[in-house]
Write a protein that binds this ligand. Structure first.
Ligand SMILES: O=C(O)C(=O)CO
Length: 263
């Protein structure tokens, strides 16, 4: 059944994280968490909250041999944390991001060798996911506003890699906020990626401003209809700031996806 989740790193910012995940749980949402090295994992595990996804690595990159080994090593550690939190999805980016979201290894052109190494690295990651019983996800990002220089940020590139690896241990984290900034054509993108069974989480925020659905230019009720039409039953997560009141923002998110018969 489709599960609604909210990124605990972006709402209820006046409270400690542990209280944010509890507030989300009380409101019926699972939580999305970023860098677990910054959080008290045992306290989160004891909180009773549900976790939809978390960052699935600490360091590393897809595109060179040394970075790939580091990515695999820290992804393996992340699977242990995921087990403690009972968190089924672990998120990856084309390269590590710093505290400002900037790529640790920026690249403004992706070469043939980079594509091949990324494919091999992701194949290893997918195997790790299957062994650990979790799904790693490669997230599309945007280079124009939030993550300049991130490799494989375009949804089309992310989807091509996930499709090529073709393993249940690796799926796409389809971030519609980033895709709207980078490429648009969201309905067709959603129909194609989700319809092919390649998406494990759909993340949402509106453009511009990255606030809750309904505050910008994206027609989220139409996206919800597409998700229902293709029978999506994965996670839908709001990775957005609250434009005003936090409770109102998460209710607007819930309402945007309420028409789905899977909910
Ligand atoms: O910008 C995003 O979507 C991220 O996941 C940053 O970690």
């Amino acid at each position: 059944m489709t599960q609604l989740a909210v990124c605990a790193e972006m709402v209820f910012l006046d409270r400690p994280l542990i209280e944010r995940v509890r507030a989300l749980d009380d409101a019926g949402f699972a939580a999305v968490i970023w860098d677990l090295s910054k959080h008290d994992v045992d306290a989160l595990a004891r909180s009773g909250a549900r976790f939809s996804s978390m960052t699935g690595y600490l360091r590393g990159t897809l595109t060179d041999a040394e970075g790939a080994d580091e990515l695999l090593r820290t992804a393996q550690q992340a699977t242990k944390t995921a087990e403690k939190l009972n968190c089924p999805r672990l998120n990856l980016h084309g390269t590590g991001l710093d505290a400002q979201g900037l790529p640790v290894h920026p690249s403004h052109a992706t070469t043939g060798p980079m594509w091949l190494t990324a494919f091999q690295t992701l194949s290893r990651i997918a195997e790790l996911g299957q062994q650990a019983g979790v799904t790693f996800m490669l997230e599309n990002l945007n280079a124009a506003v939030d993550h300049p220089g991130v490799p494989f940020g375009r949804a089309a590139d992310t989807l091509a890699l996930v499709e090529a690896v073709n393993s249940p241990g690796l799926r796409m984290n389809l971030d519609l906020y980033h895709a709207q900034i980078g490429e648009g054509n969201l309905i067709e993108l959603t129909r194609r990626a989700v319809g092919a069974g390649l998406v494990a989480e759909v993340q949402v925020a509106d453009v511009p401003g990255r606030c809750e659905p309904g505050t910008g230019e994206i027609n989220y009720p139409a996206i919800a209809q597409v998700l229902a039409d293709v029978g999506y039953d994965g996670s839908i997560a709001m990775e957005a700031w609250a434009s005003g009141d936090d409770h109102l923002a998460i209710e607007r998110f819930r309402q945007a996806f309420a028409p789905s018969p899977n909910l």
